[in-house]
Design a protein around this ligand. Structure first.
Ligand code: ATP
Ligand code: MG
Ligand code: ZN
Length: 574
């Protein structure tokens, strides 16, 4: 592309709603343009990278015998009614009615649509297994769209779905797709980690799911990782053990103490001059069981946090939320002073598995401005059950190898799921098995956020001057900055440009009437892997051009003759 004729512009200004590097740089480097909150136009320069990500995905999926199709982005409401997700996913769905009053929605995901295609086309086990995928636009009415393409409302996703006659076959495909995802993200030159994740309401009981997380300090997700054995899990689902705790033993009786206005663990422990792990945190939640509110008390060590996903699973109900002040008041429970003793009837109590039930702790006294010390759960607590309630954290011990784990930040760029027969059952998709009997096939589903991956690549690869593209997904390979006044040098530049193109090198040819400083700033901001400079004065003196690697900053001087091989070699290296 010749810039004098191209459509590309950079900006000095930082968009007012942009807080992370990829959003700022994608806007400043002229890759994207905001259309509405969470909705973006992909400009030519940005679209090239998006298409490269798509192409890598396509090539790897094709190698793995997956077939590309394209489903309509608008899907009928009936399908979502059938699976039961029309109401469940309401918050995320952009729903509409056509002129005939029929319900439609802009697809946030396509399990229903693919199952519908499948049930109308495939009748026999002989046609299985099969994996279909599309690369298409999705819409999710995210509550907080932010970070540019990272969390948009409209975005591009690769979504794939596989169908199988048996659970074993589904598991094999899952592993195969996991391996394909590794190939895909390796080819994109990204540093990432595959982590155990939570499937939410996506799948049936005994199902695996992994997320592919690009490592970046600005990532929204927390990952617990064991450097010794490579255990890795999203913090939402991670299970670890506490590192050694020196818990206090005592046989003194419980004693009520005056703690005045101290209601938080921090304040009470500061007052008592004890570590927070010597007290227990009491968290009261309300659940709805058979349409009636029901209180559940969860106890964790004072310096631990509760993992809400774990407690959600534990109580198996549609709704669970921290009890409100008025709910506590109505139940006669003093906020800030709750303890697992002297509780009103009917409150279920869970202790975290890391609490030593024979050690002595400080807990709320169930009286305003009072706490108790020497509280020993096995002796003093009301009836309770034990479960894994706490959120894992850095410094915990790995359940596999007992070494310390770390907490790292990631950006979820993809996720693979074993779905089981949840959708084929709810939507009545059946096939004939080997014995001529009807059976519900098993499914897997596999997503990659295409546009989020581009943003994540920038988030992981940039400096204060701009983007540093991994070569395989850069919009172009090389930025050719020409600093020339004479017609002779301009003609030489034209010749070099054509030579580069003939060698299959993708070039941004900066032939604009502008100074070196201006061009170099734009080159750094756009961040193509190689910058090539033809400077008139330099070339007249030495007969050499300058090649600079955006990543390493390394500079090489080359003659016109050596140019193509040097560039080709450098690109291979990158
Ligand atoms: N709002 C979004 N903007 C851009 N990409 C997204 C968005 N939501 C999901 N994706 C991408 O699509 C992929 C598959 O979708 P999936 O249903 O697993 O998303 P998700 O787990 O709901 O994402 P998140 O937890 O970040 O909201 C994700 O791994 C992610 O890369
Ligand atoms: Mg996900
Ligand atoms: Zn380990």
């Amino acid at each position: 592309m010749k810039l004098s004729k191209g459509f590309w512009q950079t900006y000095k200004e930082v968009p007012s709603d942009a807080t992370i590097a990829s959003h700022i740089l994608m806007t400043r480097a002229g890759l994207i343009h905001k259309s509405a909150n969470g909705i973006y136009n992909y400009l030519p320069m940005g679209l090239r990278s998006i298409k490269k990500v798509e192409q890598i995905i396509r090539e790897e999926l094709t190698k793995a015998d997956c077939y590309e199709l394209q489903m309509s982005t608008i899907t009928p409401g009936d399908l979502w009614q059938e699976s039961g997700r029309w109401d469940k996913m309401s918050g995320q769905m952009l729903k509409m009615k056509d002129n005939g009053g029929r319900d439609l929605c802009y697809s946030p995901t396509n399990e229903e649509a693919i199952t519908d295609i499948f049930r109308k086309t495939v009748k026999s086990y002989k046609n299985l297994p099969v994996t279909l995928y599309q690369i298409n636009t999705k819409f999710r009415d995210e509550i907080r769209p932010r970070y540019g393409l990272m969390r948009g409302r409209e975005f591009t996703m690769k979504d794939g779905y596989s169908f199988h006659i048996s659970r074993e076959c589904m598991k094999e495909s899952y592993q195969k797709m996991y391996d394909v995802y590794e190939m895909i993200f390796n080819r994109m030159g990204l540093k990432y980690i595959a982590v155990e994740a939570d499937g939410g309401a996506m799948a049936d009981g005994d199902s695996r799911t992994h997320e592919f997380q690009v490592l970046a300090s600005s990532g929204e997700d927390s990952v617990i990782h064991c450097p010794s054995c490579e255990y890795a899990a999203n913090i939402e689902r991670a299970t670890t053990k506490r590192a050694f705790l020196n818990t206090g033993k005592s046989d003194l009786a419980m004693e009520v103490i005056d703690t005045q206005d101290a209601t938080t663990i921090e304040d009470v422990c500061t007052m008592l001059n004890t570590p927070q792990s010597a007290s227990l945190k009491a968290l009261l939640y309300t659940t709805i069981v058979e349409d009636k509110p029901h209180l559940v008390l969860f106890m964790v060590l004072g310096d631990d946090n509760i993992n809400e996903l774990k407690i959600n699973k534990l109580v198996h109900c549609e709704h669970i939320a921290p009890a409100t002040d008025s709910e506590m008041l109505a139940a006669g429970i003093p906020k800030g002073h709750i303890g697992p003793h002297s509780l009103p009837e009917g409150i279920e109590v869970f202790f975290d598995k890391e609490i030593d039930i024979n050690a002595a702790y400080c807990v709320g006294a169930m009286k305003v401005q009072k706490h108790v010390i020497n509280f020993i759960p096995s002796r003093d607590a009301c009836e309770f059950k034990t479960a894994d309630l706490r959120e894992s954290k850095a410094g915990d011990l790995c359940c596999n190898c007992n070494k310390n784990v770390e907490e790292i930040r990631g950006i979820e760029v993809g996720q693979v799921f074993e779905l089981g027969d949840k959708y084929t059952k709810s939507m009545g998709a059946t096939i004939l098995d080997h014995n001529g009997k009807t059976a519900h096939p098993f499914m897997g589903c596999y997503g990659i956020g295409v546009t989020r991956t581009v943003a994540a690549a920038i988030e992981q690869n940039h400096d204060e001057n701009g983007i540093i593209w991994p070569a395989s997904i850069a919009p172009y390979h090389l930025y050719f900055a020409v600093i020339a006044k004479s017609d002779e040098t301009k003609a030489l530049a034209e010749e070099i440009y054509n030579d580069l193109l003939s060698a299959g090198i993708e070039v941004v040819y900066d032939d604009r009437k502008a100074g070196a400083g201006f061009k170099f700033k734009d080159a750094d901001l756009l961040g193509l892997p190689i910058r090539l400079v033809l400077g008139e004065r330099d070339f007249k003196e030495s007969g050499l051009l300058e090649i600079k690697s955006r990543k390493s900053g390394e500079i090489k001087k080359v003659s016109q003759k050596e140019l193509i091989t040097t560039v080709t070699d450098l690109l291979k290296e990158l």
